[in-house]
Ligand binder design. Structure first.
Ligand code: T3D
Length: 262
């Protein structure tokens, strides 16, 4: 029996596949799913055997955002604030701070906080019939769970505002044009293509890939001089690494490197 109620957690060949598993609700996020997802991402972040992460949804949806059943009876504004701070904030921060690549394999609609989840990942692969939907305004909410942060960075203010204000489903091909996804693939091949991509990344130098995430996040918020200094500081971690020595040696010996992720 799985140790989680609402996700599947499956590690193979240094890649973990985390599957949101409430298909009859389009994987809408209730307290249990939020708890399990956070635990799953924290486990993946802390496990050195895991060198890349793929997150996807069971059934026809990726994730429909907050489970609207929670709003009946309606919680107080303070309770909602508490849910956002105690579950969505650590979930998104765990994804963005983990020192390994995270791919969202978007199998169906990613709506509301489900869109935030997809956009928090480093890379996205979408099935041709999947979509991203800033559903918040459809129920008169502000985008949350980091949606404004991720969306404005990916597509710029004006497009982000249009997407958020209109609340439409954005089909995969349009997501590709907008830079909201890296690839669009046939639905039947979504899992295999996403896992193969994660597998290739898991063979790359994990420490350097993780620190690259950190450097790029820093670059968004700082000037050039500070960014170059920060990159130099991060390089102090890569230079003594096994993988750096292996990378240089492999180049000199004209062979493929065998990185160990450290
Ligand atoms: O407290 C907090 O967490 C605050 C934070 C809020 C952050 C948010 O995420 S707000 C946004 C919440 N999400 C939505 O508003 C999306 C609502 N859902 C939809 O718009 C549509 O269902 C979808 C576009 C996601 C999918 O459409 P479709 O046609 O593929 O499926 P469907 O038939 O609408 O849904 C299938 C079932 O899933 C259906 O149940 P049924 O009728 O078969 O028993 C539907 O009610 C259920 N479902 C879909 N989304 C949700 C949901 N149940 C609960 N919560 C949902 N969000």
């Amino acid at each position: 029996m799985s140790e989680y109620e609402t996700i599947l957690y499956d590690v193979q060949d240094n890649v973990v596949l985390i599957t949101l598993n409430r298909p009859d609700r389009r994987n809408a996020m209730n307290r249990e799913l939020n708890r399990d997802l956070l635990a799953g991402f924290e486990r993946a972040a802390g496990d050195d055997e895991v060198r890349a992460v793929v997150v996807t949804g069971a059934g026809r949806g990726f994730c429909a955002g907050a489970d609207l059943a929670m709003f009946q009876p309606q919680p107080t504004a303070d309770q909602i604030y508490e849910i956002i701070i105690s579950s969505y904030q650590p979930m998104m921060e765990t994804i963005t701070s983990m020192k390994k690549p995270v791919i969202a394999a978007v199998n169906g609609v990613a709506a509301g906080a489900g869109a935030s989840l997809a956009l928090a990942c480093d890379l996205r692969v979408m099935a041709h019939d999947a979509s991203i939907m800033m559903a918040f305004s459809n129920i008169a909410l502000v985008p949350d769970a980091g949606a404004t942060w991720f969306l404005t960075r990916l597509v710029g203010y004006s497009r982000a505002y249009e997407i958020a204000a209109e609340g439409n489903r954005i089909p995969a091909e349009r997501c590709l044009e907008l830079g909201l996804t890296n690839k669009v693939v046939p639905a039947a091949q979504l899992d295999s293509i996403s896992l193969a991509w994660a597998g290739k990344l898991a063979e790359r130098p994990t420490l350097a890939l993780g620190l690259t995430k950190q450097a790029m996040q820093h670059a968004h918020l700082h000037d050039l001089a500070s960014t170059i200094e920060y990159e130099a500081r991060l390089q102090k971690q890569t230079i003594p690494s096994y993988d750096f020595k292996e990378g240089v040696m492999a180049f000199m010996q004209k062979r493929e490197p065998k990185f160990q992720g450290k």
